[in-house]
Ligand binder design. Sequence first.
Ligand SMILES: Cc1cc2nc3c(=O)[nH]c(=O)nc-3n(C[C@H](O)[C@H](O)[C@H](O)COP(=O)(O)OP(=O)(O)OC[C@H]3O[C@@H](n4cnc5c(N)ncnc54)[C@H](O)[C@@H]3O)c2cc1C
Length: 457
Amino acid sequence: MTKKFDAIVIGAGQAGPPLAGSLSAAGQTVAVIERKFIGGTCVNTGCKPTKTMVASAYAMFMARRAAEYGFSTGDIKADMGAVAARKDKVIMDSRSGVEGWLDGMERCTVFRGHATFVSPHEVSVNGEAISADRIFINVGGRANVPSMPGIDKVSYLTNSTMMEVDFLPEHLVIVGGSYIGLEFAQMFRRFGSKVTVVEKGPSLIGREDPEVSDAIKTILEEEGIAFRLKAECISFAPHEEGVSVGVDCDYGDRAVVGTHVLLAIGRIPNTGDLGLDKAGVKIDERGYITVDDELRTSQPHIFALGDCNGRGAFTHTAYNDFEIVAANLLDNESRRLSDRETAYALYIDPPLGRAGMTETEARKSGRKILVGTRPMTRVGRAVERGETKGFLKIVADADTQELLGAAFLGASGDEVVHGILDMIYARAPYTVMQRMVPIHPTVSELLPTVIAEMKPV
Ligand SMILES: Cc1cc2nc3c(=O)[nH]c(=O)nc-3n(C[C@H](O)[C@H](O)[C@H](O)COP(=O)(O)OP(=O)(O)OC[C@H]3O[C@@H](n4cnc5c(N)ncnc54)[C@H](O)[C@@H]3O)c2cc1C
């Protein structure tokens, strides 16, 4: 017999659990289905564990600089078992927190198993059929493993299997020079591995302005990370030392040999095994579920939230999808995806905090723009901390005085960028920022100065 609920939530990632909480608080019966770990990617194999490991790597890096700060230590050596144990504790605390909350939630039944659609209102899990008036898909994504030559002949790591690494790879070759790849590159270099990043494109994190991408490359090279860009012929072969990664077919070094390989070449949505055709839910050519501005799929009673809709790739965007859906369905609001501004960070050290447009995007938009920059060597707080790498950049509209975007590559860049993000959401002219009195000494205190020094480009 089919069990009936008011709502079914497929996937307990970053949008599903809070949505279940809001629906159940509104008196609805909810089924939450999770096939692996409650908390999804962010908690188990994404943001939380990586940022925990980044913190270990940062502590080791700073300890190696002890003499600069006036103290001494012995030899700094990573204990990878202890690094992994610290990371596992953070994962388990977070996972069990969400798990306990869901398990104890009134009117909520948690199913542990793989969900597939049987019809537009019906889902099967562990051979059991359940149905609901509304269904919310929050299935997230996974590491992309394209069928590159030789990939089936070697063993490789992904962001998920990296979580099982409790040893120091002697030479880690990372295929993919974007956000995930670079975070792992710097942390493992700081733990003590030799690291080579192989990137197909001509630059790292190609979505960023060239000066941002170039500065990040220089910072990482200074720490001893090797890069192979324009690797247009990537292939894999077993090698007595581990794995040989082919990088070029025509010239230069043809291959990079490492002991371990990490694939960090993007993510793909978990939509192929959901039976979406049985539900009449449409996907695009890359497998993402197509949604309208309120997250409705091609079936108006089915919503898709988080990474699986291709409209965001972050925990905060997945959570915001929940906020939009809950506000519209339960509080009679009219919130929209298109109200969301771009904001994210790259957690290398120093971090890159980004808000709004890049300078390249602003130029392409045809606006008259102003750009202000300042090296971190001229930010007092950074000098005092001995962390002067990077720069601050702000982009504004010369006619409307609106702030269009910021790229802060520098100490606390991930935090400081919120000053600009707030202004973007407030649609306030940049002159407002010039009248505020910031705290001294902070990195943020320089924002009015950067704005005052903006020039037309
Ligand atoms: C290495 C790494 C670092 C990251 N760092 C950051 C960061 O610092 N900041 C940030 O904002 N974002 C970061 N992200 C991205 C972030 O993790 C994701 O954007 C976020 O987890 C997306 O949440 P979600 O709810 O869409 O999906 P997920 O968190 O992926 O959850 C989806 C859940 O659905 C389950 N599921 C899938 N299919 C089914 C099915 N058929 N039946 C039942 N259950 C199913 C999965 O098991 C999973 O638990 C990082 C990602 C990675 C990989």
